[in-house]
Design a protein around this ligand. Sequence first.
Ligand code: HEC
Ligand code: HEC
Ligand code: HEC
Ligand code: HEC
Ligand code: HEC
Length: 183
Amino acid sequence: MHDVPDVTSAKGVTLITLMSPANDLCFTCHDKSSDKVLHGPYAEGLCIACHSPHTSNYPNQLLTDSQDLCLGCHARARLKVNRWKQTVKTPWDVTLTFAQMQGWQFLNLNKTLTANHPIQGHPITGPNTALGKGEITCLSCHEPHHSKKPNLLLPNVRNTPQERALGLYPTALCETCHNPEKM
Ligand code: HEC
Ligand code: HEC
Ligand code: HEC
Ligand code: HEC
Ligand code: HEC
């Protein structure tokens, strides 16, 4: 037997032996959304940055708990950035290039990574004391894949034209938890 080379060239066609499933493999069965706003890694077909192609201990075959997943790329304290190699590494050991991470942003969170987004002092983790039930997580306000709303916000969020003109926060989103009379 001979070793399987990583890259072979025959008749002008270069074959690369994949270390991981091709970026569009998952899209062969899962239709790509036609929404205007697509989450970077979803748009790139980098499903396996978040999902295991096999089984996993987390729902939806996620590589880790969904809150840790979001913080893994959006919290400065969690994502390992290698400026020399132009790569980032998540806490669950997925390495992506700067090109694949184009446009990513760190949130300006407190030390315990529990608050200060989308406004100073606002919780992103913990009991949803505003409603008195359930938990507050990134997915209380955001879609993980795609949305018709800017910033991947949940579909129930609608601003009036006046609010849009003033660049105000999507009131309907805030009102899913807060009573406008009291705000
Ligand atoms: C051959 C077709 C096919 C391919 C390729 C495929 N899937 Fe699926 N996937 C399915 C089907 C069918 C289901 C079940 C759908 C349902 O239950 O609604 C599913 C379900 C899922 C689920 C939900 C699992 C759960 O626990 O509920 C996830 C997540 C998922 N696929 C991710 C992926 C990812 C990531 C890839 C690429 C690595 C991928 N799929 C490639 C067909 C495919
Ligand atoms: C940034 C991380 C991330 C990426 C990238 C990602 N997903 Fe997901 N996906 C999630 C999370 C989080 C959930 C669970 C959502 C929930 O709990 O409501 C999920 C749920 C799912 C589900 C089950 C629920 C549903 O929406 O049908 C499927 C199927 C799925 N993903 C497929 C994919 C495919 C295919 C890709 C790549 C094209 C992909 N995901 C890319 C984070 C991601
Ligand atoms: C693998 C790294 C990675 C993970 C994990 C990840 N993100 Fe992102 N996220 C990105 C990148 C790259 C961008 C910039 C490209 C873009 O705008 O979508 C981004 C952008 C965003 C944006 C801004 C989108 C816009 O329209 O400007 C939101 C909101 C967001 N992510 C939320 C989440 C949430 C919620 C989770 C957890 C379900 C999550 N991210 C997990 C890489 C990641
Ligand atoms: C209470 C609702 C809420 C929660 C919870 C929330 N977000 Fe957001 N997020 C927003 C809103 C609203 C915006 C748009 C902010 C703006 O336009 O200034 C936003 C914007 C973003 C952006 C775009 C960059 C920015 O700062 O404007 C990213 C990335 C993001 N969120 C990621 C996350 C992640 C990751 C989590 C969980 C750790 C999370 N969000 C939790 C409401 C929320
Ligand atoms: C998923 C539920 C949820 C959503 C959606 C939500 N909040 Fe909150 N918010 C909370 C919780 C929980 C607290 C902390 C307990 C409290 O003060 O009621 C809080 C606290 C606050 C506070 C007080 C912060 C402080 O420093 O004490 C303000 C102001 C606020 N929210 C504004 C907003 C705005 C603006 C939006 C829309 C962008 C929004 N919230 C969306 C759950 C939510």
